[in-house]
Design a protein around this ligand. Structure first.
Ligand SMILES: Cc1ncc(COP(=O)(O)O)c(C=O)c1O
Length: 435
């Protein structure tokens, strides 16, 4: 397991086979910070930021903070020179609190509120990605009131099927996001926005989906969007200068996943842009990519403690841990699979197939079905679940009134807290008693 497959870069096995991350034994982390616990490998996270920056020379790499948004994480990503995509007032607030320059923020969302848009104008967010005609008009009115000109991108729905889970596809025609190209709405949006004197349309944005393997959908996205920009120059006399190709690069959750290397993806996209710009005689635009999952997903494991082991003869062996769908909804939501390993000791026992479940009152509360784990798995053992940095903590809930876990970041034997564990007081903080 160490440092391979879906496990973070510094994952290793120490004395007695105890899993270590960033040089820290997970048994020490569980003792000092309790479980469930998100453990972020700082070296891995920084390395993934750098691979993106190196793999996309000259491109503005932007971290999609919806993947996981905490003040500390955004500070780290900012230090690595990435811009930050925010998709709500809350994510924007977190980024500002993290000390990120508002000009480095890109504001997304298919239904941004008046308050959110106004705040974006107030603080001077770098780019606002307009998603609908309603929003164009709303933003124009707000920009007039503030006497500012907002720099915007139009979110295009390019008609590309990214062959990924239905819930994370966004580029196909019948999507809730953006202006559908095939229906002529993208053109209508451009023409409409041109009439709004407090909006400056400088580019387009197209994000086709998430957890995408292979480069073909990304290449198709670059081709379709550049063709559109060239056509707008020819037909409408408007030469846009910025192109955001979205995020979506797949990552490894298990040994069966084989995502492309960032460098290969970068090369494929940049070659496509070069060829297409030449063919269309179109000036090279400012390019932006917007990965979330591929930055933060693989850097993190979740540590759980086993509370019960229930072998049903001839049926399933159920292994229950102290968290579940409230800290990782992905298996229940997308049938997602994460690799699981015994983390607190070495075991020579023959592996057997067990189903690891959470402690929630739902049969769908799965951590991993049919996981091959050592046959001597016992109460008190720690399990590590791989690649849980993206869309887990950010989608966490308090279902069954479980306090949300803490998150720590480890590096060279040092542990830093990123998020403190919720307390029982936190859980009832907003409740208003009737008596
Ligand atoms: C507009 C936009 N950009 C970027 C992303 C990040 O996608 P991923 O985490 O798959 O890289 C998303 C994800 O939903 C998105 O909606």
């Amino acid at each position: 397991m160490p440092g391979t497959g879906p496990w973070p870069l510094t994952a290793d096995r120490g004395d007695g086979g105890v899993l270590t991350i960033g040089g820290v034994a997970v048994t020490d982390l569980a003792r000092d910070h309790q479980t469930p616990l998100w453990v972020v490998d700082e070296a891995d996270l920084r390395e993934r930021c750098r691979r993106y920056v190196d793999g996309f020379p000259g491109v503005d790499v932007t971290y999609a903070s919806k993947a996981w948004c905490t003040v500390g994480l955004l500070q780290l990503v900012d230090e690595e020179g990435l811009l930050i995509d925010v998709a709500s007032g809350g994510e924007m607030h977190t980024a500002l609190l993290a000390g990120v320059d508002a000009a480095k923020l890109i504001f997304h969302g298919n239904n941004k509120s008046v308050e959110e848009l106004d705040r974006a104008l107030e603080v001077g967010v770098g780019r606002i990605v307009c998603d609908s005609f309603d929003e164009l008009d709303r933003l124009q009115a707000l920009a007039v009131a503030r006497d500012v000109v907002a720099k915007v991108w139009l979110r295009i729905t390019p008609g590309i099927d990214a062959h990924t889970h239905e819930y994370v596809r966004t580029g196909h025609d019948d999507a809730k996001f953006g202006f559908t190209l095939s229906l002529g709405l993208a053109d209508d949006a451009l023409l409409h926005a041109q009439k709004l004197d407090h909006l400056d349309v400088v580019g387009i944005h197209a994000h086709i989906g998430s957890q995408i393997f292979g480069t073909d959908p990304f290449i198709a996205n670059a081709e379709v969007t550049l063709d559109l920009m060239a056509r707008w120059r020819d037909e409408h006399g408007v030469t846009l200068t910025e192109l955001n190709l979205g995020g979506g690069m797949g990552i490894r959750y298990t040994h069966e996943d084989h995502p492309v290397e960032v460098a290969r993806y970068g090369k494929a996209v940049l070659e496509t842009v070069t060829e297409r710009c030449e063919a269309l005689d179109f000036p090279w635009p400012r390019l932006i990519v917007e990965p979330g999952r591929a930055i933060v997903g693989p850097s993190t494991i979740t540590l759980y403690e086993i509370g019960t082991v229930k072998p049903l003869p001839g049926l399933t062996t159920w292994v229950s841990v102290d968290g579940g769908m409230s800290d990782n909804i992905r298996p229940a939501l997308y049938d997602a699979e994460h690799e699981v390993a015994l983390a607190s000791r070495r075991s020579e026992a023959e592996p057997r197939s067990v189903t690891v479940v959470g402690k929630h009152c739902e049969s769908g509360d799965l951590v991993r079905e049919h996981a091959p784990l050592p046959g001597d798995l016992a109460v008190g053992d720690l399990l590590a679940v791989a690649a849980t940095g993206a869309y887990t903590a950010s989608m966490a809930s308090n279902y069954n009134r479980l306090p949300r876990p803490a998150a720590v970041m480890v590096k060279d034997g040092e542990v830093r807290e990123l998020v403190r564990r919720e307390t029982m007081e936190d859980l009832v903080r907003l409740d208003v008693p009737l008596r």
